[in-house]
Write a protein that binds this ligand. Sequence first.
Ligand code: AHR
Length: 320
Amino acid sequence: MLKRISALVLAGLTAMTVTSCGGSGGGGGSITMGFSQVGAESGWRTANTKSVQDSAKNAGITLKFSDAQQKQENQIKAIRSYIQQKVDIIAFSPVVESGWDTVLKEAKDAKIPVILTDRAVDSKDTSLYKTFLGSDFVEEGKKAGQWLVNEYKDSKDPVNIVELQGTTGSAPANDRKSGFQDVIKADPKFKIIASQTGDFTRAKGKEVMEAFLKSNPDIDVLYAHNDDMGLGAIEAIEGAGKVPGKDIKIVTVDAVKDGMQALSDGKINFIVECSPLLGPQLMDLAKKVVKGEQVPARVVTQETTFTQEQAKQVLSSRQY
Ligand code: AHR
């Protein structure tokens, strides 16, 4: 029986892809951080994982890292395993906003502080975590909407928009949708004629865009909640014999290198930046929290936007 249980536990941990990297110097002392990552769904996520792993190493923090493959149950398992291992601090990027109270309470009862990074939770009890480091996703949605309003300021005709949403229930999908809608609703010519999740992946972005193109002959604009879905959609648009960036204007979020390349090639029209380079700030916050120092409840990432001209200028120096 015991053997069977051990085998099941082992299988569960393997499914989450748990790895441990030792810290090396940097004055972090003996801090061990358990980090539960969402997955590897996008170029943004890959850059974020690298930033967290490199920064832990530079800060001398021992990192226990697990990849949840976009599943909340895997993140909950990973957090419970970090509690059992008595790590000094837990950090995680919650795949969806809801359903975290129980496991966060378990960490609090075990006196292990938690930092949210990249994505938020909707827990009413904010004492369940020490701080939240990440972007303002509502603001990102608003910036996308403002670009659109400006782009069509001289037109009286209806503007038919299709939207590729991020992972259903995730903070960036909820907030990028609401921020965008808040801005465009001021003018009734803007109409979202179709909106569906593409799960933040290139493959799903392509698949959903193909379906949009089949059922909607008059699409003017695509709003994709990340570059990867936008890049998948570009393949679908080209496959349908249309010219991305011209026949269908495209606005996306992230500004990863592939997205910036498409922007400077004229296939995307505007990108709202979302920075994945959260590692250094995360490690600084973790050291302070472990020492018992006060940290701000919310740390917002500094971000910008890019036009096609601006993308051409910065493309060669883009790190990710
Ligand atoms: O939570 C950040 C979002 O997650 C990024 O915009 C997207 O690319 C990623 O998958």
